[in-house]
Design a protein around this ligand. Sequence first.
Ligand code: PHE
Length: 348
Amino acid sequence: MDSPIDEALARLRAEFPARFEQATTEQALRDENAKILGKKGELTAILKDMGKAPPEARKAIGEKVNLVKQEVEKTFHACLAKLAKAKRDAELNARPFDLTLPGREVAPLGHKHPISIVREEVVEIFRGMGFAVHDGPDVDFEENNFTKLGFPPDHPATDMQDSFWTTSGHLLRTHTSNIQVRAMTTQAPPMAFIAPGSVFRRDDDATHSPMFHQLEAFLIDENVSLAHLKGVLAEFAERMYGPGTPVRLRPSYFPFVEPGAEVDVACVFCKKADGTRAGCNMCKHTGWIEILGCGMIHPVVFEACGIDPEKWTGFALGMGLERIAILRYGIPNIKLMFESDPRFLAQF
Ligand code: PHE
């Protein structure tokens, strides 16, 4: 007669394949498997009962239990593979992919700001002429922004009405000319550099913004003359606005240069700088458009910065980048530059 263990084993062996077959999900199959082989599983229980059998029978029982265990494991893995295949088949047979559907629209890309485009261009032009590129702080000492540049203490630009002062007595730089002072007081000549940056003035209308961008060019060497400045200006205008673009200098005043001048280029819109025709609105019917201020460095500035004016001479020029961009692209209102409207920016 079969021992109770033999009977239990035979029952389990007869039953388990059908139990596995009935499991329709992977989880159900794993649960069923655990009920047989798990710590509290049926086969494990049978194995524990082996202790009650007579010692000489244990080896044979152990072998039988192992055989059933191997069978269970094999069937379990076969059923697992079958379920996985069925799942994959169902996925592949489900709603077919429609390769003719149009793709999803890619989110619109950002654009370079016209100020950045223009700044990069101007920087490249001056680098091509051998100028280094300097950087400097937006908040500076009055000394660097005004005093050492020869502004008298009562100059209107130093007024609260015209400049932004901090409670600590510093100010937001009103021009990039502060970099001239910073260079001259820390570096020995000769030197040639440009300095692009943000500048701040209490100004706010269609053609003025309280924050705008300038680019300063600065050169000191022995025997530098106005002719060198004109040469650099002509080269700049030609590279920026095309070969043969006429340039003219008009005398003007800045405390830190002598002589000082404002520079006009022939109106890029109407090209009527020949004085024969009326011109356009952009040049206010003069045929010329002002692009920058410049001049020969004032000996007073050299002295204030500890440089010998008998030995060294130099020139400086400063341009507004908004102005250059407005001229380049015919932008009607400076405010458009600061509104970050993608419809505006996408046009460049
Ligand atoms: N700093 C002057 C301004 O902001 C421009 C300038 C620079 C003029 C260098 C002369 C020389 O108006």
